[in-house]
Design a protein around this ligand. Structure first.
Ligand code: 0L1
Ligand code: MG
Length: 264
């Protein structure tokens, strides 16, 4: 870990990001004030943010891998994946209306979610370790919302903003990984009846379990591990699609069913 910011700067940035997340207002990239900020500084802010939410009673339920497909990396102009934490307050039930009130410029991503049955820890966690520790997988829609103006950011800032995590919806048909050829699963994203994106799950680092292994290894660098019973979003399979109130989104997963969300 190469944390260069002092404790005071980390606290200031954490309060700034928390304010933007909870009040739903856009802020400039953190690197505008701290141009020498490192990715580890971003994770130091993210960890402090997590501690603040947990102290307020939010429950940590899992983690998300972000920027794990070439489509996403190209869309956002970065070349390294990231991770962020997920809490109970971010979960929304499938088939209900999801309010975008309080979000700045939400976008949706279709992802494979993993639910783990065994603890996983790094270093050296592999996709095979992840598959052996997985209870089941299910389709999910992640609703991301960068708190940076114009959805323009750098990796340092987006890591501090918890990888743009906002809300997520799991659904479809949970399946055991042994019964699936996960990388070949096709996913189609429709908005208001129009097909906007499609890809195979292999778009996520060749295999979504690779993204979960990457996440476990980053957790190790942060002094953390992934406990059994965690819910993990493995990363957007296609690029992210903007949404607004009135939009209906459906993500159809071959062999895993579909997840739908109506935004209000
Ligand atoms: O889940 C994601 O891939 C989002 C990572 C952060 C970048 C973004 O906001 O698009
Ligand atoms: Mg995502």
């Amino acid at each position: 870990m190469t944390v260069t910011l002092n404790a005071e700067a980390i606290t200031r940035l954490t309060e700034r990001v928390e304010g933007a997340q909870t009040r739903g207002h856009a802020i400039p990239r953190l690197t505008e004030e701290y141009p020498a900020m490192t990715i580890d500084d971003g994770y130091a802010v993210q960890s402090a943010l997590r501690a603040r939410y947990l102290a307020k009673g939010h429950k940590l339920i899992g983690w998300k891998a972000g920027l794990t497909s070439k489509a996403k990396m190209i869309q956002m102009g970065v070349d390294v994946p990231s991770i962020g934490f997920l809490t109970d307050r971010m979960a929304r039930p499938e088939g209900t209306e999801v309010s975008v009130k309080g979000l700045i410029h939400p976008r949706v991503e279709c992802e494979v979610a993993f639910v783990t049955a065994k603890n996983l820890s790094g270093p050296g966690c592999t996709a095979a370790d992840v598959l052996a520790a997985t209870d089941f997988v299910l389709p999910a829609i992640e609703i991301i919302d960068s708190r940076f103006s114009g959805f323009k950011f750098d990796l340092e800032s987006v890591v501090a903003d918890n990888g743009s995590a906002a809300l997520f919806v799991g659904g479809g048909r949970p399946r055991r990984v042994a019964d699936l050829d996960l990388p070949t699963i096709g996913v189609v994203m429709e908005k208001n009846g129009e097909m906007l994106a499609f890809a195979a799950a292999a778009a996520v680092l060749g295999h979504p379990a690779e993204a979960v292994a990457m996440l476990v290894n980053i957790l190790h660098d942060l002094g953390e591990s992934l406990p059994a019973g965690s819910f993990v979003l493995s990363g957007g399979i296609t690029e992210a699609i903007p949404v607004k109130p009135g939009d209906n989104v459906i993500a159809r997963y071959q062999g895993l069913g579909s997840v739908s969300v109506r935004f209000v």
